[in-house]
Design a protein around this ligand. Structure first.
Ligand code: ATP
Ligand code: DNN
Ligand code: MG
Length: 203
């Protein structure tokens, strides 16, 4: 079984949507170690997948304030300890969704990077917006410098100017693209899962 860590170039870029697609494509388990805010990503995943094998594992930390984990934790008098964030045991592949982007702080010193294990396949969701080239290159190049295996999912309608420069300068594999959809349901997730499966299995 493999672990796929889904991160993004920021918050609200489509990590949960991409995670649902990967979970469905590989009949993988899902785990959101650190959740902040009322909109629970695990609940969204439950509504979007159809396969019977997936197990959705409990958050290690679930904090009320829709803020950066370090801030939400401080508000609740909680200390997020990476050593207490223990990967669930499973025979299935495991999709792990980060909170926000890779350098999001967990406490005064640790960041999301500190819970991305060296053997994890890291999938970066690059949403298209003016400014996303910089955010994508910063995220991907930092992960490469840190020695991770990185792949990309583009999120948004085709944007060759943005996509070509990210692909040329980082040379990371592109799993696929999620176009602008009116909404997401199990059927649409299954469609993307069928489209992305082969590329995911090569990682
Ligand atoms: N391609 C798309 N077309 C239409 N809506 C999208 C698309 N991708 C994401 N969205 C919507 O944008 C919002 C943010 O997506 P999502 O929750 O996956 O982001 P996220 O990166 O997981 O956020 P967080 O950092 O809070 O975990 C959701 O309402 C989602 O349905
Ligand atoms: C609340 C939000 N939906 C995410 N769970 C947390 C996003 C943290 C972003 C921190 C930052 O980069 O400023
Ligand atoms: Mg999410």
């Amino acid at each position: 079984m493999k672990q796929f860590f889904v991160t993004g170039i920021s918050t609200n870029v489509g990590k949960t949507i991409a995670s649902a697609i990967i979970v469905e494509a590989l009949e993988a388990d899902y785990w959101k170690p650190v959740q902040t805010g009322a909109d629970k990503d695990s609940d969204a995943i439950t509504k979007l997948i159809s396969n019977q094998k997936t197990v959705i594992h409990k958050n290690s930390y679930s904090l009320k304030a829709p803020l950066s984990p370090h801030a939400a934790a401080k508000m609740e008098g909680v200390y997020i300890d990476p050593n207490k964030i223990l990967e669930p045991v499973t025979e299935n592949h495991l999709v792990i969704e980060g909170a926000g982007g890779v350098l999001v702080p967990l406490n005064d010193s640790d960041t999301m990077l500190d819970i991305i294990m060296p053997n994890y396949k890291v999938i970066v969701v690059c949403k298209h917006y003016l400014g996303s080239i910089n955010h994508s290159l910063l995220t991907i190049q930092w992960l490469i410098i840190k020695g991770y295996d990185v792949a990309v999912i583009f999120n948004g309608n085709p944007d060759p100017h943005t996509e070509d420069v990210i692909i040329k300068r980082t040379k990371v594999p592109v799993i696929g693209r999620i176009v602008e959809e009116e909404y997401f349901d199990k059927e649409i997730i299954k469609k993307y899962a069928d489209e992305f499966r082969e590329a995911l299995l090569t990682l």
